[in-house]
Ligand binder design. Structure first.
Ligand SMILES: NC(=O)c1ccc[n+]([C@@H]2O[C@H](COP(=O)([O-])OP(=O)(O)OC[C@H]3O[C@@H](n4cnc5c(N)ncnc54)[C@H](OP(=O)(O)O)[C@@H]3O)[C@@H](O)[C@H]2O)c1
Length: 170
Protein backbone atom coordinates (compact mmCIF):
# COMPACT_ATOMS: atom_id res chain seq x y z
CA UNK A 1 0.00 0.00 0.00
CA UNK A 2 1.30 3.42 -0.94
CA UNK A 3 1.10 6.18 1.70
CA UNK A 4 0.44 9.56 0.07
CA UNK A 5 0.04 13.06 1.44
CA UNK A 6 -2.31 15.54 -0.13
CA UNK A 7 -1.99 19.15 0.96
CA UNK A 8 -2.29 22.77 0.01
CA UNK A 9 0.40 25.13 1.27
CA UNK A 10 1.05 28.80 0.66
CA UNK A 11 4.44 30.25 -0.30
CA UNK A 12 5.57 30.14 3.37
CA UNK A 13 4.42 26.52 3.87
CA UNK A 14 1.36 27.68 5.83
CA UNK A 15 -1.53 25.20 5.76
CA UNK A 16 -3.96 26.46 8.40
CA UNK A 17 -5.28 29.44 10.37
CA UNK A 18 -7.68 29.39 13.30
CA UNK A 19 -8.52 25.71 12.79
CA UNK A 20 -9.44 26.14 9.14
CA UNK A 21 -7.88 26.28 5.69
CA UNK A 22 -6.97 29.91 4.95
CA UNK A 23 -8.27 30.12 1.36
CA UNK A 24 -11.15 29.13 -0.84
CA UNK A 25 -10.01 27.23 -3.93
CA UNK A 26 -12.78 25.45 -5.77
CA UNK A 27 -10.52 23.89 -8.42
CA UNK A 28 -8.28 22.44 -5.72
CA UNK A 29 -11.26 20.97 -3.86
CA UNK A 30 -12.43 19.41 -7.09
CA UNK A 31 -9.02 17.81 -7.68
CA UNK A 32 -8.92 16.63 -4.04
CA UNK A 33 -12.25 14.89 -4.54
CA UNK A 34 -11.20 13.26 -7.82
CA UNK A 35 -7.89 11.97 -6.40
CA UNK A 36 -9.23 10.69 -3.09
CA UNK A 37 -12.60 9.21 -4.12
CA UNK A 38 -12.95 5.57 -3.10
CA UNK A 39 -9.85 5.61 -0.86
CA UNK A 40 -9.10 5.65 2.86
CA UNK A 41 -8.38 9.14 4.26
CA UNK A 42 -6.34 9.54 7.42
CA UNK A 43 -6.60 12.78 9.40
CA UNK A 44 -5.84 14.22 12.82
CA UNK A 45 -8.67 14.95 15.22
CA UNK A 46 -8.41 18.73 14.63
CA UNK A 47 -8.76 18.37 10.88
CA UNK A 48 -11.71 16.03 11.42
CA UNK A 49 -13.40 18.67 13.58
CA UNK A 50 -12.79 21.35 10.95
CA UNK A 51 -14.49 19.15 8.32
CA UNK A 52 -17.36 18.32 10.67
CA UNK A 53 -18.47 15.19 8.83
CA UNK A 54 -17.11 12.27 6.82
CA UNK A 55 -16.48 12.86 3.12
CA UNK A 56 -18.82 10.73 1.02
CA UNK A 57 -17.44 7.78 -0.93
CA UNK A 58 -14.30 7.52 1.21
CA UNK A 59 -13.37 5.77 4.48
CA UNK A 60 -12.41 8.30 7.15
CA UNK A 61 -9.79 7.41 9.76
CA UNK A 62 -9.53 9.91 12.64
CA UNK A 63 -6.46 9.87 14.87
CA UNK A 64 -6.76 10.94 18.52
CA UNK A 65 -5.22 10.11 21.89
CA UNK A 66 -8.67 10.44 23.54
CA UNK A 67 -9.79 6.91 24.40
CA UNK A 68 -13.51 7.78 24.45
CA UNK A 69 -13.55 9.95 21.34
CA UNK A 70 -16.56 9.43 19.06
CA UNK A 71 -16.52 10.42 15.38
CA UNK A 72 -19.82 9.43 13.76
CA UNK A 73 -19.28 7.94 10.32
CA UNK A 74 -15.54 7.59 10.84
CA UNK A 75 -13.12 5.03 12.30
CA UNK A 76 -11.25 6.29 15.38
CA UNK A 77 -7.57 5.28 15.62
CA UNK A 78 -5.27 5.71 18.63
CA UNK A 79 -2.14 6.55 16.60
CA UNK A 80 -1.14 7.45 13.04
CA UNK A 81 0.46 4.01 12.70
CA UNK A 82 -2.78 2.31 13.75
CA UNK A 83 -4.54 4.26 11.02
CA UNK A 84 -2.03 3.06 8.44
CA UNK A 85 -2.43 -0.53 9.64
CA UNK A 86 -6.23 -0.26 9.46
CA UNK A 87 -6.13 0.88 5.82
CA UNK A 88 -3.62 -1.85 4.94
CA UNK A 89 -5.77 -4.54 6.55
CA UNK A 90 -8.74 -3.33 4.50
CA UNK A 91 -6.78 -3.91 1.27
CA UNK A 92 -6.29 -0.21 0.43
CA UNK A 93 -3.86 0.48 -2.45
CA UNK A 94 -3.24 4.17 -1.74
CA UNK A 95 -3.87 5.77 1.64
CA UNK A 96 -4.29 9.55 1.57
CA UNK A 97 -3.05 11.42 4.64
CA UNK A 98 -5.05 14.65 4.42
CA UNK A 99 -3.56 16.54 7.40
CA UNK A 100 -3.03 18.42 9.49
CA UNK A 101 0.55 19.29 10.25
CA UNK A 102 0.77 16.81 13.14
CA UNK A 103 -0.28 13.90 10.91
CA UNK A 104 2.09 14.91 8.10
CA UNK A 105 4.98 15.16 10.58
CA UNK A 106 4.17 11.81 12.20
CA UNK A 107 3.93 9.91 8.91
CA UNK A 108 6.78 11.61 7.06
CA UNK A 109 9.00 8.50 7.35
CA UNK A 110 6.34 6.45 5.50
CA UNK A 111 5.20 8.80 2.75
CA UNK A 112 6.10 7.91 -0.83
CA UNK A 113 4.04 10.42 -2.83
CA UNK A 114 2.98 14.01 -2.14
CA UNK A 115 0.22 15.81 -4.01
CA UNK A 116 1.01 19.47 -3.36
CA UNK A 117 -1.08 22.46 -4.29
CA UNK A 118 1.18 25.47 -3.87
CA UNK A 119 -1.14 28.41 -3.32
CA UNK A 120 0.46 31.61 -4.54
CA UNK A 121 -0.22 33.82 -1.56
CA UNK A 122 1.09 34.58 1.93
CA UNK A 123 -1.04 34.25 5.05
CA UNK A 124 -0.06 36.57 7.94
CA UNK A 125 -2.73 34.99 10.19
CA UNK A 126 -1.45 31.43 9.64
CA UNK A 127 -0.81 29.34 12.75
CA UNK A 128 -0.19 25.90 11.23
CA UNK A 129 2.76 25.15 8.97
CA UNK A 130 4.22 22.06 7.35
CA UNK A 131 7.83 22.78 6.31
CA UNK A 132 8.38 21.43 2.81
CA UNK A 133 12.07 22.20 2.41
CA UNK A 134 12.84 18.45 2.40
CA UNK A 135 11.05 18.22 -0.96
CA UNK A 136 14.02 18.30 -3.33
CA UNK A 137 16.26 15.99 -5.34
CA UNK A 138 17.86 13.53 -5.06
CA UNK A 139 15.53 11.89 -2.50
CA UNK A 140 12.39 13.48 -3.93
CA UNK A 141 11.55 13.82 -7.63
CA UNK A 142 8.85 16.09 -9.05
CA UNK A 143 6.80 13.87 -11.41
CA UNK A 144 4.44 16.54 -12.67
CA UNK A 145 3.89 20.25 -12.36
CA UNK A 146 0.95 22.27 -13.59
CA UNK A 147 0.44 26.00 -13.22
CA UNK A 148 -3.23 26.74 -12.70
CA UNK A 149 -4.68 30.24 -13.07
CA UNK A 150 -7.34 31.33 -10.59
CA UNK A 151 -10.63 30.17 -12.07
CA UNK A 152 -14.17 30.73 -10.89
CA UNK A 153 -14.33 30.11 -7.15
CA UNK A 154 -10.55 30.33 -6.70
CA UNK A 155 -9.03 33.10 -4.62
CA UNK A 156 -5.51 32.63 -5.98
CA UNK A 157 -3.56 31.02 -8.79
CA UNK A 158 -1.76 27.86 -7.73
CA UNK A 159 0.73 25.28 -8.92
CA UNK A 160 -0.16 21.61 -8.64
CA UNK A 161 2.82 19.27 -8.16
CA UNK A 162 3.20 15.54 -7.65
CA UNK A 163 6.38 14.46 -5.85
CA UNK A 164 7.66 10.92 -5.37
CA UNK A 165 10.31 9.59 -3.05
CA UNK A 166 13.02 7.72 -4.91
CA UNK A 167 13.28 4.07 -3.85
CA UNK A 168 16.18 3.59 -1.43
CA UNK A 169 17.58 0.55 -3.25
CA UNK A 170 16.61 0.89 -6.90
N1 LIG B 1 -3.94 23.13 3.77
C1 LIG B 1 -4.17 21.83 3.93
O1 LIG B 1 -3.99 21.04 2.99
C2 LIG B 1 -4.69 21.32 5.24
C3 LIG B 1 -5.01 19.97 5.38
C4 LIG B 1 -5.48 19.53 6.63
C5 LIG B 1 -5.59 20.41 7.68
N2 LIG B 1 -5.27 21.71 7.50
C6 LIG B 1 -5.36 22.67 8.62
O2 LIG B 1 -4.40 22.27 9.62
C7 LIG B 1 -4.90 22.65 10.90
C8 LIG B 1 -4.97 21.42 11.81
O3 LIG B 1 -3.69 20.82 11.87
P1 LIG B 1 -3.01 20.39 13.26
O4 LIG B 1 -1.62 19.92 12.96
O5 LIG B 1 -3.21 21.48 14.25
O6 LIG B 1 -3.94 19.19 13.76
P2 LIG B 1 -4.27 17.70 13.18
O7 LIG B 1 -3.01 17.04 12.72
O8 LIG B 1 -5.41 17.77 12.26
O9 LIG B 1 -4.80 17.01 14.51
C9 LIG B 1 -4.01 16.99 15.68
C10 LIG B 1 -4.57 15.98 16.65
O10 LIG B 1 -4.30 14.66 16.20
C11 LIG B 1 -4.13 13.82 17.32
N3 LIG B 1 -2.76 13.26 17.30
C12 LIG B 1 -1.61 13.85 16.89
N4 LIG B 1 -0.57 13.00 17.03
C13 LIG B 1 -1.08 11.85 17.55
C14 LIG B 1 -0.49 10.62 17.91
N5 LIG B 1 0.84 10.36 17.77
N6 LIG B 1 -1.29 9.65 18.42
C15 LIG B 1 -2.63 9.87 18.57
N7 LIG B 1 -3.24 11.04 18.24
C16 LIG B 1 -2.47 12.01 17.73
C17 LIG B 1 -4.35 14.67 18.56
O11 LIG B 1 -5.73 14.61 18.84
P3 LIG B 1 -6.29 14.71 20.36
O12 LIG B 1 -5.94 16.09 20.81
O13 LIG B 1 -7.76 14.50 20.21
O14 LIG B 1 -5.60 13.62 21.13
C18 LIG B 1 -3.98 16.06 18.04
O15 LIG B 1 -4.54 17.10 18.81
C19 LIG B 1 -6.26 23.28 10.66
O16 LIG B 1 -6.10 24.69 10.54
C20 LIG B 1 -6.68 22.67 9.34
O17 LIG B 1 -7.64 23.47 8.65
C21 LIG B 1 -4.81 22.19 6.31
Amino acid sequence: MRVSFILAADEDDAIGAGGDIPWRMRSDLRRFKRLTMGHHLLMGRKTWESLGKPLPGRVTLVVTRQAEYRAPGAVVCSSPEEGVATARRAGERELFVIGGAQMYAALLPLVERIYLSRIHTRTPAADTFFPLDFLSPPEWVCRSREEVPAGEGDEYRHTFEVWERKPQNP
